[in-house]
Design a protein. Structure first.
Length: 250
C-alpha cells in the first residue's frame, strides 16, 4: 500500500512538474532523519493523539528548505520548520496521530518535500491502538426506550427488480444493567423480510444483526413495514422499513 501511494504521489508530481520542463522528484539522500520510522508502541485510544518530532540533518554543502509535508490519512497531521536549514544544521517535522475510532495496528507514511518539490524524504509512524468503549449514542443514536438503542430509525430499501437482494446492518445496544429480551413484531406481517424474530442481549451488550430483502416481484408503489420491538414484554416505538417502487406509474 505504501509503495502504491508513493507511486501515485510521484506520478502526480511528475505530471505537474513535467509541464514546466522539470524532472520527476528524486529521493533526497542528504537530508537525513534521525530515524525513518518511529514506533509509538501500544497506545490507548482514550488518551487521545500522540506526536513525535523527527530531526532531519542537512548533510549537504548548500542550504535546504522543507517546502511541504504530506500525510496520506486524515488521522495524521504534520508541522514542520519553515526556516532554511543551513549545512550541518537540522530541521524538524512533527507528526501527530489521532487514534480516535482507529483500533488495532497502524502504519502511516509521511512524505517531506524539499528543493521546491524536486526531492523528497519518507518517514513513518506506527503502533497499535487499544480501543476504548465509546458512548452508546456514538453509533446507536436512536433511543427506542427501555434501554434499547439502535443505529437506524428507518431502513430505506431502494427500488429492487425481481430476484435482487439488499441487506442492511442494524446495530443494537442494551444500555442497561439487566438482560434484555427483544421480540420483533412486523406490521404488516411481511415474511419475505429476513431478520431475527427474537434475541437476547446481555447487560451492556452491543450486537449487529442483518436485515435483508430479496424481491419476489416488482411493485409500482412505495411500501412500508413497521418493526415493533417488544422489550421484556413492553412494546416500543417502531423501526420503519420502506421500499421504493421498482416501477413508476405514468
Amino acid at each position: 500500500m505504501r509503495n502504491m501511494l508513493l507511486t501515485l504521489f510521484c506520478l502526480i508530481a511528475f505530471l505537474a512538474t513535467n509541464a514546466q520542463g522539470q524532472q520527476e522528484p528524486t529521493f533526497n539522500k542528504l537530508l537525513v532523519p534521525d530515524q525513518k520510522i518511529h514506533d509509538f508502541g501500544t497506545i490507548l485510544e482514550k488518551n487521545g493523539p500522540v506526536k513525535h518530532t523527527f530531526q532531519l540533518k542537512n548533510n549537504s554543502k548548500k542550504t535546504m528548505v522543507i517546502n511541504e509535508v504530506t500525510a496520506w490519512c486524515g488521522c495524521t497531521t504534520t508541522e514542520f520548520s519553515k526556516k532554511p536549514i543551513a549545512p550541518g544544521q537540522q530541521g524538524q517535522v512533527t507528526v501527530t496521530f489521532n487514534p480516535y475510532y482507529r483500533p488495532g495496528k497502524f502504519s502511516k507514511e509521511v512524505v517531506v518535500l524539499t528543493d521546491e518539490g524536486r526531492s523528497y524524504v519518507r518517514l513513518w509512524v506506527k503502533g497499535s491502538v487499544v480501543a476504548m468503549e465509546h458512548p452508546v449514542t456514538d453509533d446507536h443514536p436512536y433511543n427506542y426506550g427501555e434501554g434499547l438503542f439502535m443505529s437506524h430509525k428507518v431502513l430505506p430499501f431502494p427500488a429492487l427488480k425481481k430476484g435482487q437482494l439488499k441487506e442492511f446492518s442494524l446495530r443494537l445496544a442494551n444500555d442497561t444493567d439487566k438482560t434484555m429480551t427483544i421480540e420483533f413484531h412486523r406490521q404488516p406481517n411481511n415474511r419475505i423480510l429476513q431478520m431475527p424474530e427474537k434475541l437476547t442481549l446481555k447487560p451492556k451488550e452491543r450486537r449487529v444483526v442483518k436485515v435483508s430483502y430479496k424481491a419476489v416481484r416488482e411493485y409500482d408503489y412505495k411500501r412500508r413495514v413497521d418493526i415493533v420491538p417488544v422489550v421484556n414484554g413492553k412494546k416500543l416505538k417502531p423501526l420503519s422499513i420502506t421500499f421504493l417502487p421498482a416501477k413508476i406509474k405514468h
